[in-house]
Structures are given as C-alpha cells and as structure tokens.
Write a protein that binds this ligand. Structure first.
Ligand code: TZD
Ligand code: CA
Length: 526
C-alpha cells in the first residue's frame, strides 16, 4: 500500500491543487516530503501574507487553493487574513501540521491543543482526522467543503500520519467527483420571472459573488433588459458592474437607513450574489421603504438564512439571470452613453490629490488592468476617477481586514500572468502584508504597487469625527519610506514627485515587481 502522503499528494494533483502557498514549521515538513514535481510551493514570510496571496490567487483563478500553515502559532497569524477569505467566499484549503499523536495530549511544544476548535468559528469546516488512514478522505472533504460551501476549510494533521501506510479503502477518494447544481425549479423560476416582469420600478443590487462567478457581463445584460438602476451591494469586495455604465448608481452606503432611502420609490429590489446586507456603520431605521419588496438570490444558504428581511432563493445567480433573460422577452432600449469622468481635483502643495493618482492609472494603464485596492480614505476619489468595464477589475479586502491588498495583488498577478495587475495600497495598509514584496521579488511577478503616502490612518481620522472621537491617539504614521522597505525585500522602487513623474512610470509596462510611492493629500472615504 502507498503511504497516506502519497495518496494525499495524488488526490491534490488530480484536483489541480498543485500551487501551494505556505510558511512551514517542523510539524509541516513530513507533508512536504517527496512532493511530486508538478507542485509549486510559494513561500510567504508571514502567514497573513500567505493567506492574502492565496486568496488573491484563488479569486483570480476561480479555483480552490491549498495553504500550508504551521500549527497554532502559524494558524493564529493567519486568522485576520482568513476573515477576508470568509467574506469573499474564497475556497482556501488550509492544511496545518500537528504534533505526533502521542504528544498532543501531554501538550508537547508545538502541539496545537484542540486545533479544530481554534479555527472553527472562523472557517466553515475544521477537523483533525481520527486516525492516519482517514487523512486522505478528510483532505478530500476539506477540498469539497471549500468548493461546495465556498468557505475556507482547515485540516490539522499529526505529522506522523503522513508516513503511515494507507489502507485500501482510502484510495477510493482518488476517483471521487463532487459537483453542485443549483438551478431553480420550474415553478420557482416562473414565479420569480412573473414577479420581476410585474414590477413597475425594479432595482438590481449586485454583489461581489457576481464577479467571482464570472457573471459580470450577465449582470449587464439583465440590467439593460430591465432598464433599471443597478447598485453594488454594500461593503463591496469585487466590482460586479461597469462603474460608469449609465444604469449604475454606485456602491450602496453600508447603513440600514441610507439603504432604505436609496430604495425609495422601487417596488421590487432584486439582489443577486450578495448577503442582505453587509452593513457597516450602525445607522438604524426601516430596512426597506413601505411598499418595497426584496428578493435575494444567492448560493450561500447561510446568507439567505440570516438576512433580516425579504425573500430569498438559494440558487445559482447565473442560472437565475439566464432564466430571467429567457422569460422576459425582447430587449429594453439601449442604456445610453457611459458617464464621463470629471477632471481630477488639484494637488495640495507637493502632495498629489488621490484623484490625480487614479486619473493617471486610468489614462496610462491598459483597460484590462486588475486593481487590488487597500487604501481606505480614498474610496470616493477612486470611484470618481476610475472607469472599469471588465470582469475581475477590482478586488478589496472583503471583511475590511487590512493585509489583503499587497499580498492579494501578488496572488492575482500570479494567477493572471497575461493581465496587468496594480496594487493601490495605503501607507497604513501596506505594513500588514508587506512581506509579500519578498515573494513577488523571488517569483519575479510582473506587478505594480502604487503606494499612497498621506502619513496617517486617514479613514480612522474620518471615523473619529463620525463617532465623536476627534482626539484619538495612534492615528499618525510618519517616518515610513516604502522605497527603502521595498528595496530591502528586493523590489525595484521609485518615489514619484508629481503627476507627470507618476504617469511616466506607469506608462512603462512592469517586467517584474515595482513599487511607486507618491505623497498624497488627506481625503475622506465618502
Ligand atoms: N487592523 C486591521 C488588520 N484591519 C483594519 N481594518 C484595521 C486595523 C483598522 N483600520 C481601518 O479599518 S482603516 C485603517 C485602519 C488601521 C487605516 C488604513 O490606513 P491607510 O489608508 O494608510 O492604508 P488611508 O487612506 O490613509 O485611510
Ligand atoms: Ca494613509
């Protein structure tokens, strides 16, 4: 019989999980022994960066990805980054090492005490196999759970299990095929189409899941057929619709009262591929205006169950769009021209306005550029200047956990070598995932990081005003020079002193990783 390790490697190979993002410790080494040649181990220097890179890679490739982490300390370091992967529904399969079975009870050093319980509230599924022979099946379960539920999963494996002999039954996982289909039934489909057709003033709300599922263009077709306004769901992590399209009304504000206000006058709100809703600021009020009905279509059964109002259909939003387009008949009138971009706001002394930075990106970079954004006070400026018309153009930390942006950009660029990728990163955010620069340098990933240095946690200054805390300490971050930090990690870097210098740098294609630092004026997120 082959070893548990051999069967497990074979399973991962057959499922295409051969790019592994990790940071190993002693417990993890036996899993990495005899790794077949088709595997690629992408080393990250901190677990937050490891998970951020894997998250970007999985989102951009649309495939589950294996993450290899050290026991409790490494897994603990990864937890902040995993909050984003949970919210973006990224199928990450985390495999962590554990002490040998006899050493777990006595809590030998590096034993992860009750390892599944450590991770369970965060990931969808967490386990430690009850015996070595169950490891291949448990690994398969971790992969299928991640794919089916679209959540990270966590498997803790005692390191002596890998060399154990597999039993014959465990070979059965190699040929398993596990798929999901979620097309609405005939009656459900007819009822939904009738409701939408009968609506006098429908509105669409599209979530990040639409872009993750490759439904960016499908959303445009549906909106144009209905001729109705479209919002992106609050707390957006992927752009599901062209942001200058004439029907686009922007990202819904993330508060109960303002969402209700936005829907005023609409008799039906159809939400596709989003929770209802990921509010942020607590601004209480009615959920919906009187007379407004809401129907949520999501594959995420938990999101359907926890929504505080409306109806929900747990189904594939893509199948629902197809069904509606088929049943709704002829196309609506053309939507009209795309909205023009305004002139960017002016510089403040030697500090560029963020709008000038974004105008430079828009003008100098190809239309299919993918942006990974983690710059929190510049949100309004971003949407004022950008013109994103393609799927997979925009990624943002889905749970607001900083440390996704820089590693995420590395992961997106690795998954899409033919597409230009730019990380738009604040001088605060950069520090949480900065070690990903080293991986980008080692792997020679073509990637541009535009580093916006305003010397402060800008968004928190704004929040301080909102929450009546104008004098909080710990918000300024002077004295950081990211050109030097980047060089230390092996990444070419430059400081752009004005808009022309920035444009000149951006106009040259990136042949490896590079960082451009610009000093920017303080703005507010909205
Ligand atoms: N730590 C983590 C892991 N995630 C967070 N979201 C925060 C802390 C709190 N936080 C925010 O929510 S925004 C922000 C912090 C520290 C400031 C980010 O600063 P920046 O961007 O320089 O990247 P701006 O544009 O100056 O706000
Ligand atoms: Ca900042």
């Amino acid at each position: 019989m082959p070893s548990v390790r051999r069967v497990s490697h074979e399973f991962l190979e057959r499922r295409g999980l051969t790019t592994v993002f990790g940071n190993p410790g002693s417990n993890e080494l036996p899993f990495l022994a005899d790794l077949p040649g088709g595997f690629r181990y992408v080393l990250g220097l901190h677990e937050g960066a490891v998970v951020g890179m894997a998250d970007g890679y999985a989102q951009a490739s649309g495939r589950p990805v294996l993450v290899n982490l050290h026991a409790a300390s490494g897994s603990g370091n990864a937890m902040g980054a995993l909050t984003n992967a949970v919210a973006s529904r990224t199928p990450l399969v985390v495999v962590a090492g554990q002490q040998v079975r006899p050493a777990v009870g006595p809590e030998a050093n590096l034993a992860s005490v009750d390892a599944p319980a450590l991770m369970k509230p965060l990931v969808g599924w967490a386990a430690e196999p009850a015996c070595a022979q169950d490891v291949p099946r448990a690994l398969a379960q971790a992969v299928f759970e991640a794919e089916l539920q679209r959540r990270p999963t966590y498997l803790s494996v005692p390191y002596d299990d890998w060399a154990a002999e597999a039993d014959e039954n465990s070979l059965a996982v190699l040929d398993r095929r596990v798929e999901r289909a979620s097309v609405p039934g005939e009656k459900q489909g007819r009822r939904l189409a009738e409701r939408v057709a009968a609506a006098r003033r429908p509105a669409l709300v599209l979530g990040g899941d639409m872009d993750s599922a490759g439904l960016f263009d499908a959303g445009v077709r549906l909106a144009e057929r209905l001729g109705c306004p479209v919002w992106a769901a609050p707390s957006l992590f992927r752009l599901p619709f062209p942001n200058r399209h004439p029907l686009f009304r922007g990202v819904l504000p993330a508060g109960i009262a303002p969402v209700c206000e936005a829907f005023e006058g609409h008799d039906l709100v159809l939400v596709l591929g989003a929770p209802v809703f990921r509010y942020h600021e607590y601004l209480p009020g009615r959920y919906l205006p009187r007379g407004t009905e809401l129907i949520q279509v999501t594959e995420d059964a938990s999101a359907a169950a926890r929504a505080p109002m409306g109806e929900a259909l747990v189904a594939d939003p893509g199948a629902v769009v197809d069904l509606l387009l088929e049943r709704l008949g002829s196309a609506a009138a053309p939507a009209g021209p795309y909205r023009p971009v305004p002139a960017p706001a002016a510089a403040e002394g030697d500090r560029l306005h963020p709008e000038q930075v974004f105008a430079a990106l828009r003008d100098e970079l190809p239309e299919d550029t993918a942006y990974v954004v983690e710059s929190t006070s510049t949100n309004a400026a971003w949407w004022r200047q950008m013109d994103l018309r393609r799927s997979g153009s925009y990624y943002f930390p889905a749970a607001g956990g900083l440390g996704f942006g820089l590693p995420g950009a590395v992961g997106v660029a690795m998954a899409q070598p033919d597409r230009p990728v730019v990380g738009v990163i604040g001088d605060g955010s950069a520090n949480y995932g900065v070690t990903a620069l080293w991986t980008a340098a080692q792997q020679r990933i073509p990637l541009t990081i535009v580093l916006l240095r305003n010397g402060t946690y800008g968004a928190l200054r704004w929040f301080g005003g909102l929450l009546g805390v104008p004098d909080a300490p710990g918000l300024d971050i002077p004295g950081l020079d990211f050109t030097k930090i980047a060089q230390g990690y092996g990444v070419r870097s430059v400081h752009a002193g004005d808009a022309d210098e920035l444009r000149a740098v951006l106009a040259e294609p990136a042949d490896g990783p590079r960082l451009v630092q610009v000093d920017t004026a303080l703005t507010t997120p909205s």
